[in-house]
Ligand binder design. Structure first.
Ligand SMILES: *Cc1c(COP(=O)(O)O)cnc(C)c1O
Length: 455
């Protein structure tokens, strides 16, 4: 028999996919077995807290309190992460250098401002699974997204579509709208919105892959949230990137809800570009400083169109103030302005904690903590709420989204009055995000008790 190499390769790839599915199934079964060992009582929740290897990090954060001084149950780290106690000192150091040195602190400060963004590069690279030259802290999320789409949404008459989730965060939708228009196309022809099937609550990965397979030749760029902000669905970034690349598509992710939440491997997955904000799971404070990832394949692609600014100029000659733009290699070549130092100082404080804890340990706790939340919610005897987040731990981060029957916001207001900080997303969803860095199993237990009493 003649061995056909292509058949062999195809079969081999298929076997790999089946093997991968089997492994995922085993992980899933293992999780179900683990969940079966959970118990529905406060002592048990306290016991889980006592054996939690990262329990001490909670003490390093300020937990908001009610007017009587009792700690609130804060489950909103997906919207605004809490303040590390070390943040103030990090900011004060820079205020002090400003006070004593003025402009000279750019060069003579304890942490020279001209290099300040570089102090967070290694930690960011670790958190997103990238090489240091692939990431930089800069600007703000939506502006960075617009900027990177200028570089990575390259279209022509045959290939001009962008793929996005129908329930993407509105800012991302507005951004791709503007990009399509800027390029002389129109949204009706050029935007593909991914939707869940009629009676499903999140998007099926197979549907995404078959869309890419069938319509890939007309798609220029795929832009998905690493984790969808609304449903909490985590996308299979590796599979989507691979399928996209096979069709010549540029694949990027908005990691606003994924960074500091999922274990990311952007370099290994060969993602083209990514953007994020840092005030959610990265706890950098309101409006914090955002960041970008640009795959090392583009590090020296100075031919790629980009929105340029002096901070993206070769740093060895930046202060010569020459009018000829010479971009830096790697992600730093996409910088525009000199970065805001005080927000960077806040970010540093939090990244130190991530470095200390490590994403592996945080993710391990996160799976258990959210698993416990799911276990308790499943025991609540009601048809007024429904979990719309995937049950598969590989398809979610820490967040669970609850759809409330008849869009009854009163339920949300009631849990708020009872000391829970969560959030309500129109039209009918309560998002609950137990964050492994500072939330406890007791938080989760108490939340579900309050929810039950409100139902
Ligand atoms: C939070 C969030 C934003 C917010 O954008 P900013 O530019 O930081 O105001 C945008 N997109 C997604 C997906 C988000 O989750």
């Amino acid at each position: 028999m003649k061995i056909n190499y292509y058949n062999f390769k195809n079969n081999f790839e298929k076997s790999l996919i089946i093997l991968n599915k089997l492994v995922n199934l085993l992980i899933f079964i293992n999780q179900i077995l683990k969940n079966m060992q959970f118990e529905n009582n406060l002592d048990y929740a306290s016991k889980l807290d006592k054996i939690d290897p990262v329990r001490n990090f909670r003490d390093q954060f300020y937990i908001p309190k009610d007017s009587n001084g009792n700690e609130l149950i804060y489950l909103c780290g997906n919207s605004l992460g809490l303040q590390p106690k070390s943040t103030r000192a990090k900011v004060e150091q820079e205020l002090l250098d400003w006070e004593n040195l003025g402009v000279e602190a750019h060069f003579l400060g304890k942490n020279p401002w001209k290099d300040y963004h570089e102090f967070v590069t290694d930690s960011l690279a670790k958190i997103v699974g990238a090489k240091p030259k692939e990431v930089v802290a800069m600007g703000s999320l939506t502006a960075n997204l617009n900027s990177l789409l200028i570089s990575f949404y390259k279209q022509n008459l045959e290939r001009h579509k962008i793929v996005i989730e129908a329930t993407a965060f509105p800012s991302d939708i507005y951004s791709v709208f503007s990009q399509i228009k800027l390029n002389g196309f129109n949204v009706d022809d050029s935007l593909i919105k991914l939707e869940a099937k009629a009676n499903e609550t999140y998007i099926n990965t197979e549907d995404i892959l078959s869309l890419i397979e069938n319509e890939g030749d007309s798609i220029a760029t795929i832009l998905l949230g690493g984790v969808n902000y609304y449903t909490g669905q985590a996308f299979d970034m590796e599979a989507i990137t691979k399928a996209g690349h096979k069709k010549g598509i540029i694949v990027g992710f908005d990691l606003a809800h994924a960074i500091g939440n999922l274990k990311l491997e952007l370099n290994k997955w060969d993602v083209d570009f990514a953007v994020w904000c840092s005030y959610k799971y990265l706890n950098s404070g309101p409006g914090g400083i955002a960041g970008i990832f640009v795959n090392e394949r583009f590090a020296k692609r100075f031919d790629i169109d980009r929105l340029s600014g002096w901070w993206g100029h070769d740093k060895t000659s930046r202060f010569k103030m020459d009018s000829q733009f010479v971009p830096m290699e790697g992600a730093e070549g996409w910088q525009n302005s000199n970065p805001a130092i005080l927000p960077l100082a806040c970010l540093r404080a939090s990244l130190d904690l991530f470095d200390e804890a490590g994403m592996d340990k945080l993710k391990e706790k996160s799976i258990k903590l959210t698993g416990y939340l799911e276990f308790l919610l499943d025991l609540v005897d009601t048809d007024r709420i429904e979990i719309i987040t995937p049950r598969d731990i590989n398809q979610r981060g820490c967040q669970i989204s609850l759809r409330v029957k008849n869009a009854n916001k009163e339920l949300f207001d009631q849990i708020t009055r009872n000391g829970v900080i969560a959030d309500w997303r129109e039209p009918d969803v309560i998002r609950i995000a137990p964050v492994p860095l500072y939330n406890s199993f007791k938080d989760v237990y108490r939340f579900v008790e309050i929810l039950k009493s409100c139902l």
